[in-house]
Write a protein that binds this ligand. Structure first.
Ligand code: WT7
Length: 632
């Protein structure tokens, strides 16, 4: 199974070359190492106009047979999942591949018993507990399409996603632990379901032992349902291009869209990238700190590691509880050898006492990873020096919900790393930089919009229920190309450095929000007439949220109003989208055609008002002076 792991830089160059010259042969060889019920007929059919991308057409498989069943013979007693609870005093739990297989099959049978069939959409709104992992895989086992919603989203945000997907069932828990706090998860679900007619059943996993409201005929406890249920469940045979899951993510316009990934290509891409980027070896203990509610948790906490037969660690808590050393304590406790986290976590831990890291040995670590946003050089060096002891390669992995897996990254110990650079594209990935008019920039030491000119197996297939939106969002900006929404630089040696979004998407602590989405939430507040949101550099979060707000009348107490606006955003989206700064203004800088000049607002938010550029086309240039004067 290991024969597609690249071991030297020369080999990387050869493999890369082949992957471009003969992509079908390249991916076909990798795909052949998986368990298929029936081999595919055509390796790839594609066009980026519609778009229409099909990998391994005619192939039949089930991803959970590849994650679980195929390991039972040789790895049945190997640890598949280690679960570390929020409270270090609570006992951790471990599952071997055999045990995980049983739990997943049992959960799958519970789903079936409650009416879930192949093709049904199941919404999962759960904390980071083992049942979340079982639930995701159980859906895949029976061909139900999982749509995991991060348990920090509000009831309104959940309802939007449930309704968009037409989910039939919700899987949730009574409550969740987050550091010193406990949050009543089921109550949020109940509120959401007031406006979700498609949901017939709710299965509730007990985590806190809280008494919760159970709706007769709709809600059942998992621990009741699982009584006497078989631990065997044959896997549903899926077509390579059947949907595996939907995951909602924000774009520059409108409501979040449901990114769709399919069974065959996603599987091949998840394992290939996992094994190569982290240079995974059989004895590794691997820890990805992402929540399963995000794509990183899907691909690199669950699917990628399990496909590879790895031991994957799942952590319920937060990096700062009970103290700033928690991550490192957990690394030592389980002998973690590969550690994958986000720059925002590193930056928050950097601000603590250095002894919180230095008091742990971290001897087991071999490889470090970073994901979700650009990692600044200071954070890169801190992570590399104090965590990796300058011994562990640090791979900066660039990718997106839409790409399914890592696209540009060093391969640990194999290809060069450079601080703040994602470096080289993975085999099979053909990035290009284009000018704003779409012409390709071929030389090095340049900057441009990052696009892909050829499909890879993990590419987004559609946006759920609205294929045109997929086309418009990713395939229409530059003809014949997939547009990432990111700007990037290529250095003199061809290494890529991701600069950040060039569209109206902001990245707050590695979480994506559309500015339009936050504006829409703010505008729901009864006092608000109009708003404009921009991102600005933030020491901990990468980007902070800066909102300019026009009110119906001048508020008596601005602080009250601000608190109320924040409340509205929390209600519509969730705490993670809270604006950091709210400036009350009497007008916004608009062109004569009514378009907000965000360029000016961004400058003000950055605190750089020395050169605002040309403001002569503004309808009311005076408003700029007011905004400058009131900047926060
Ligand atoms: C956006 C995708 C990929 C999983 C987590 C985020 C930014 C992601 C990096 C990186 C610089 C990065 C990009 C991208 N991003 N990784 N290593 N360096 N920027 O997934 O929520 O879909 O967001 O995150 O701007 O477009 P996502």
């Amino acid at each position: 199974m290991n024969n597609f792991q690249i071991k030297t830089f020369e080999q990387y160059q050869q493999v890369y070359k082949r992957s471009v010259e003969d992509p079908e042969g390249f991916w076909g060889d990798i795909a052949s190492t998986f368990t298929w019920r029936k081999k595919w007929n055509t390796t790839l059919e594609w066009n980026f106009e519609e778009p229409d991308v099909k990998w391994f057409k005619g192939g039949k498989l089930n991803i959970t047979e590849n994650c679980l069943d195929r390991h039972l013979k040789t790895r049945g007693n190997k640890l598949a999942l280690i679960w570390e609870p929020n409270d270090p005093k609570e006992r951790f739990v471990r599952f071997t591949y055999r045990e995980l297989h049983e739990r997943v099959c049992q959960f799958a049978n519970v789903l079936k018993k409650n009416g879930v069939q192949k093709g049904d959409r199941v919404c999962i709104y759960m904390p980071m507990i083992p049942e979340l992992a079982f639930a995701v895989l159980a859906c895949a086992r029976i061909g139900a399409i999982h749509s995991v919603i991060f348990a920090g989203f509000s009831a309104v945000a959940m309802a939007d996603r449930i309704n968009d997907a037409g989910a039939k069932m919700v899987l949730t828990s009574d409550g969740l632990n987050r550091g010193s706090k406990q949050i009543p998860v089921k109550r949020v679900v109940d509120e959401a379901l007031e406006s979700c007619p498609s949901v017939e059943k709710v299965i509730v996993v007990e985590r806190l032992g809280w008494a919760v409201n159970m709706v007769e005929g709709r809600d059942v406890w998992y621990h009741d349902e699982v009584q006497g249920v078989s631990k065997e469940c044959p896997a549903e045979e899926m077509d390579a291009e059947d949907m595996l899951f939907i995951l909602y993510t924000s774009g520059s316009t409108g409501k979040p869209k449901g990114v769709v990934h399919t069974c065959g290509g996603y599987m091949v891409y998840a394992q290939y990238t996992f094994m190569n980027v982290f240079q995974y070896e059989e004895s590794d203990v691997y820890w990805c700190t992402a929540d399963i509610g995000w794509i990183t948790g899907h691909t690199y906490l669950l699917y990628g590691p399990l496909l590879s037969g790895a031991t994957t660690l799942m952590f319920e808590g937060v990096p700062t509880y009970p103290d700033m050393g928690r991550f490192w304590q957990v690394c030592d406790k389980f002998g973690v050898s590969i550690f994958y986290t986000a720059p925002t976590a590193i930056r928050s831990l950097m601000s603590g006492d250095i002894d919180d890291v230095l008091s742990y040995s971290l001897d087991s670590l071999k490889v470090l990873g970073s994901v979700g946003e650009p990692i600044n050089e200071e954070a890169w060096h801190w992570y590399h020096t104090h965590v990796g002891k300058e011994r562990c390669p640090l791979v900066d992995t660039w990718w997106q919900t839409e790409t399914g897996g890592i696209m540009i990254s060093s391969l640990a110990n194999v290809t060069p790393t450079k601080p703040a650079h994602a470096a080289f594209p993975l085999p099979g990935i053909q990035p290009i930089l284009v000018n704003s008019d779409g012409t390709e920039i071929t030389e090095n030491e340049v900057e441009g919009h990052l696009c892909m000119k050829f499909p890879w197996p993990g590419i987004i297939r559609t946006t759920y229920g609205d294929h045109e939106r997929c086309r418009l969002s990713y395939f229409s900006t530059y003809k014949g190309l997939y547009f990432t929404g990111d700007g990037a630089k290529r250095d003199e040696n061809g290494l890529y450095r991701i600069i950040g979004r060039v569209d109206d998407v902001i990245n707050v602590s590695g979480h994506r929000f559309g500015t339009a989405e936050i504006e829409e939430a703010i505008n729901h507040n009864q006092h608000v007439v109009e708003s404009a949101v921009v991102g600005y550099p933030h020491d901990l979060k990468g980007q902070g949220i800066y909102a300019f707000v026009i009110c119906k009348e001048k508020p008596e107490r601005e602080d009250y109003l601000r608190a109320e606006i924040i409340e509205t955003v929390v209600e519509k989206i969730g705490k993670i989208a809270k604006p950091d700064k709210i400036q009350i203004v009497s007008g916004l800088p608009k062109t004569r055609s009514g378009k907000i000049m965000r360029r000016i607002l961004r400058k003000v938010a950055e605190g750089d008002t020395s050169n605002l550029g040309d403001t002569t086309t503004l309808l009311d240039p005076d408003v700029v002076d007011e905004i400058k004067a009131g900047a926060l």
